[in-house]
Design a protein around this ligand. Structure first.
Ligand SMILES: Cc1cc2nc3c(=O)[nH]c(=O)nc-3n(C[C@H](O)[C@H](O)[C@H](O)COP(=O)(O)OP(=O)(O)OC[C@H]3O[C@@H](n4cnc5c(N)ncnc54)[C@H](O)[C@@H]3O)c2cc1C
Length: 376
């Protein structure tokens, strides 16, 4: 019996689990086990909605895996012993022959003094729900980090709670990586929603404010969306300076080739550089790891993973948005969408993973079926 254990049921880990389960359903010599902190599938792309009190679907992992032969094992991973090939979950151990490491990332609250103590994050459904409970009683909200997550969060908060003062603080202008016209639309939408933007370095988070280079902003609620970090568990393998597991071309750990690393937790090199964590790239890494494992079980060499980005969709409340289409290396093309069409596009993208997983249970993705992206 070959035991394949997948750690983490985010976008990447779940893609690997469903793909493996679908393809080994009738194989008595392979057992697939998916481990996750909770039995809920967290749609991280919808966490700004949860954070502003909007209902989202309650998606459960055991139901998705039912009938596939794969096991779901709830628990918090506390240790990985690569020599013994065991994983410790809370107070019990499970063994593996092949591991898929997909523990994702969380907001890096260690990046700014005071953020650990005073910042809210969108790491999990529960974190977002806690924020929702606090927003109604707040008055000055500061969102730290002007990347897509910060922009979406600030826009969602401002459109749901128009009485709040919402300030978005970032090192760069919001939409900095977009085509100038797309960026101008994003900027105008934030203005219309009343989101004030400040370009500054955040030096310290205080209980009632945020200390910037040029002064202090009042804040009775601070949301940190200014960068991510990965679990220290990855340090059992060779990691890059950001703590992500360094992989070979087939997504295997360079130090421990019986471990595949996918999604945000992996440092995956492409011709244009190391990939950055997104849902759009995370799902294909999970599918590729599954296909590679199956090739290895059949005595074949796994193939190299190749990925090119194709878009950056950003919602600006429920009725507006910007979709920046990109070159494979994530640089902006001239093509972009704005307004309601962009909001609709973003919603289709956000809603697509769960039906894709459900479809994959019956019709596993093949290399040809799954979009591998364009060459950079
Ligand atoms: C608010 C927000 C909005 C975003 N919007 C977009 C977007 O619009 N487009 C886009 O492409 N990307 C977006 N992202 C980024 C995207 O969500 C991530 O790149 C993606 O979730 C990474 O997938 P993953 O499977 O690698 O990890 P994750 O989705 O982080 O999943 C990791 C899983 O592992 C579990 N886990 C972690 N540690 C443990 C442990 N020790 N024990 C047990 N379980 C554990 C977690 O509970 C989680 O289920 C957004 C992120 C956030 C936070």
């Amino acid at each position: 019996m070959t035991e394949i254990v997948i750690l983490g049921a985010g976008y990447a880990g779940l893609a690997a689990a469903v793909q493996l389960a679908a393809r080994t359903r009738h194989d008595d010599t392979v057992q697939v086990t998916l481990v996750n902190a909770t039995d809920r599938f967290t749609e991280r792309l919808r966490l700004p909605l949860t954070a502003t009190g909007q209902q989202v679907a309650d998606l459960r992992l055991p139901g998705l895996l039912a009938g596939t032969g794969a096991r779901f094992e709830p628990g918090w991973v506390t240790a990985i012993d690569l020599a013994a090939r065991t994983v410790t979950l809370d107070d019990r151990k499970i063994t593996f022959d092949i591991l898929v490491y997909a523990l994702g990332s969380v907001a890096d609250t260690a990046a700014v003094p005071g953020a650990d103590e005073h910042a809210y994050t969108l790491n999990s459904f529960d974190d977002a729900a806690v924020l929702a409970g606090r927003l109604a009683g707040a008055s000055d909200v500061v969102v730290g980090g002007a990347g897509p997550t910060g922009v979406e969060s600030a826009a969602e908060i401002a459109s749901r709670f128009p009485h709040l003062t919402v300030t978005l603080v970032g090192r760069h202008e919001p939409g900095a990586a977009m085509h100038p016209m797309a960026r101008a639309h994003l900027r105008a939408a934030l203005d219309r929603l009343g989101v004030r933007t400040v370009r500054a370095e955040i030096r310290k988070v205080l209980p009632d404010g945020v200390h910037l280079d040029g002064g202090t902003l009042p804040a009775d609620l601070f949301l940190w969306a200014g960068g991510t970090r990965v679990s220290p568990l990855a340090a059992a393998m060779t990691t890059d300076p950001r703590g992500r597991i360094v992989t070979d071309a087939a997504l295997r750990s360079v130090s421990h080739p019986f471990v595949y690393a996918v999604g945000d937790a992996a440092a995956i090199r492409q011709p244009y550089g190391i990939m950055h964590g997104t849902c759009q790239s995370g799902m294909p890494t999970g599918v590729h790891a599954a296909l590679s494992i199956l090739r290895e079980l059949n005595g074949k060499q796994p193939r190299a993973f190749r990925f090119g980005y194709y878009h950056t969709p950003v919602s600006l409340g429920r009725r507006d948005g910007v979709v920046q289409f990109t070159h494979g290396d994530d640089s902006p093309r001239r093509l972009y969408l704005t307004g309601r069409l962009a909001a609709r596009y973003k919603e289709i993208v956000t809603a697509s993973p769960w039906p894709t997983y459900r479809r994959m249970r019956r019709m596993p993705a093949s290399a040809a079926f799954w979009p591998r992206g364009k060459r950079a």
